[in-house]
Design a protein around this ligand. Sequence first.
Ligand code: ADP
Length: 390
Amino acid sequence: MKIIAVNAGSSSLKFQLLEMPEEKVITSGLVERIGHHNAVFQIKVNGEKVTVEQPILDHKVAVDLLVEGLVKYDIIKSLDEINGVGHRVVQGGEIFKSSVVITNKVIDDIESLNDLAPLHNPANVTGITSFKKALPNVIQVAVFDTSFHGTMDELAYLYATPYAWYEKYGVRKYGFHGTSHQYVSEKAYAKLGNKDAKVIVCHLGNGASLCAVDAGKSVDTSMGLTPLEGIPMGTRSGNVDPSVIKLIADQENRSYESVLNDLNKQSGYLGVSGISNDSRDIVKGIEEGNHRAYLAHKVQVKRIADYIGSYYVYMGGLDAICFTAGIGENSSLIRKDILEAVKVLGIDLDEAENEKRGEREITKPGSKVRAFIIPTNEEVMIAREVVRLK
Ligand code: ADP
């Protein structure tokens, strides 16, 4: 069975075509700069990237190009071979506690959440409607970044703000990266052989969040109403005192939107180091003795350790810490420093294993809390959901 997993942004669309249930990637690709005359369509043909630059003025054109490309490049013989499409949707609010087959009512409901995710949900819907037009007889499924966190208790998701804000506007913590946290924690449970285990997943990419998973359920996570909350990231500040916004707006005579934009786009690694949002540049800066690169790294490590400590207490114990996404999978330095910072929990790091790549355990046998590198795979998780609902 062939399933397309789609991640549609405001000007880009990433996709994978997977053979299920084997979970084998048949091809992958992306369309970038949608809405522009110099847009780019990229698709892998026999393992080689084929890149075409041409005007792609909207998502519908991008999707038609993609779907026709699958046949044109002989990846499939006909569109009848496509058995389902799974769409990543960022915000499912309190409406969607799990993935759903897309109907017109579902699209309306996703749109009703636009206020909570103005940058993401409208783009996700555009991707959905374009695929519905291109493949009208194929099942379409929405998989939400938030729904894995639907098991959080109100103690964990409620902010201590006026309760009416929650009732009237849905102001609460939702959390994101749910498909990744679910995929990685399921792998961890298989390794631990204990379905009641307590696990913390550290998804450290350009966006980054932690999730406390107790007996397979998300019980807390670091991102909030939006992905800005939590630990410092590539360009996001993570938690700050909200009063900072007024102070900077007043000092620099700027709007609160513009200051908020700085917290999203000019902070984190980039803001503290002044060098880059890319962890490789930060590591290089540290090696060259750049103090601000060191600070960008260490401030993040401290905040991550703070969360791990609080989740340990909240769950009443901890069996494993898992590292995933671009930085979590590739940066031995960040894993080592985080595990060093939470050593008091009983972590015996295997430094040699930590220097290696790929799925593995990085603590020594007998370590009270075990640690793993587990590469994430959000596309497989999306495709699994389509198969489950088909
Ligand atoms: P996102 O999907 O959130 O855009 P990714 O999960 O792709 O992000 O992660 C991007 C981050 O991964 C970047 O900061 C990049 O520096 C980091 N990264 C990728 N490869 C390596 C590496 N070999 N060593 C250290 N960091 C890496």
